[in-house]
Design a protein. Structure first.
Length: 192
């Protein structure tokens, strides 16, 4: 009987009270993060999370890393292919061919590696600054915005290493594309 009482107490304590307290504390101390780090457009509509990538296919927007799970957060993960795996080679070749069609005159070896490979989770919302700068000519041509304007935008959205030492500099594709959208709207308003 004591074991049963202990089990009930632990279920209540660790299954109800502790998670509720941690959720409440998280909401109080980090409300934006506790709600999923959502990003809103100018109308107040949630358009995504700055923690989860999205598929952008139009040439007027910067593209993120490929995702074999189509950025489905419920299916996080990616094939664990080694560098000599034939499936990985085929997929990278396919991605490279698509990039050579989007940006004419480039060589496959000039394509940044993060535009050809998945991240470990398949959800990475970031690309390297070099991958963003690589796409500037494509986005400039599709939007009518100058390459200089887009380079400055990439620089504005380049985040440094976490705590100054962890990871690599990166660009959040969703936040960058929201600014591209804003500039396109301003550009079309000025041209009317």
């Amino acid at each position: 009987m004591r074991v049963l009482r202990l089990a009930v107490v632990m279920i209540i304590l660790l299954g109800l009270i502790y998670p509720s307290a941690m959720t409440g504390l998280g909401m109080m101390l980090f409300p934006h993060q506790a709600k999923g780090s959502l990003v809103y457009d100018k109308t107040g509509k949630a358009v995504g999370s700055k923690l989860i990538g999205q598929r952008f296919t139009k040439e007027q927007f910067f593209h993120g890393r490929p995702s074999s799970i189509q950025y489905d957060a419920s299916a996080s993960g990616s094939p664990n292919y080694g560098p000599s795996n034939q499936e990985l080679m085929k997929r990278m070749e396919k991605e490279a061919q698509q990039w050579t069609k989007k940006i004419h005159g480039i060589k496959k070896q000039d394509i940044p590696l993060d535009l050809l490979t998945n991240s470990g989770s398949g959800l990475d919302p970031h690309i390297s600054p070099s991958a963003a700068l690589f796409q500037v000519p494509m986005v400039a041509k599709a939007t009518g915005l100058s390459e200089n304007t887009l380079v400055r935008l990439v620089q504005k959205h380049t985040e440094g290493r976490t705590m100054g030492v962890f990871g690599e500099p990166r660009v959040n594709v969703l936040l960058l594309n929201m600014d591209v959208q804003r500039l396109m709207e301003e550009h079309s308003t000025h041209n009317e």
